[in-house]
Write a protein of this length. Structure first.
Length: 157
């Protein structure tokens, strides 16, 4: 640290220890007053509690099967870029990580969409799946390799 910075640090320590200092124009500057002024102009607490109206209980039942939700997800993932005219796509292996879906089912759901006769046939010229594989034995990569290998796709490590 330079001598100049050491001098500034010492002066700052003296000001803090004294609780304030004298400004160059001669007026007294109080750290306590400055902190109180900042606090007064700052909302440190939110408004009071917010009333939430009671809602009647809802009898909600949702049935989701792995296959149908994966197919729907694959449709949604491909729908948006197709609608915007994208020809190259780099989706992830949706559902193979945190959601722990079977990588073979995820790969098949995506493979079937742009396949011959599929809704997205001829929509994309290049699709690269970003599928980091931290599984023992590389099961995610193997599943995508198996599903897309039948189409002549290139699977890289």
């Amino acid at each position: 640290m330079s001598a100049r910075l050491r001098g500034i640090a010492r002066a700052t320590e003296r000001i803090v220890a004294a609780g304030g200092s004298r400004a160059s124009d001669g007026r007294e500057v109080s750290l306590t007053a400055a902190v109180e002024a900042a606090r007064a102009g700052t909302r440190t607490r939110g408004p009071g509690p917010v009333d939430v109206p009671a809602a009647p209980p809802v009898d909600l039942r949702v049935d989701v099967t792995g296959a149908s939700s994966l197919e729907a997800r694959a449709e949604r993932v491909l729908e948006t870029p197709a609608a915007h005219g994208c020809r190259r796509l780099a989706p992830g292996a949706w559902g193979c990580g945190v959601f722990r879906n079977d990588p073979a089912q995820v790969a098949e759901a995506f493979r079937a969409r742009p396949a011959a006769g599929g809704r997205f046939e001829h929509r994309f010229t290049h699709v690269v799946f970003g599928a980091p594989d931290r599984t023992p034995g590389g099961t995610v990569r193997a599943a995508f390799g198996h599903a897309f290998g039948r189409t002549g796709a290139q699977v890289q490590p």
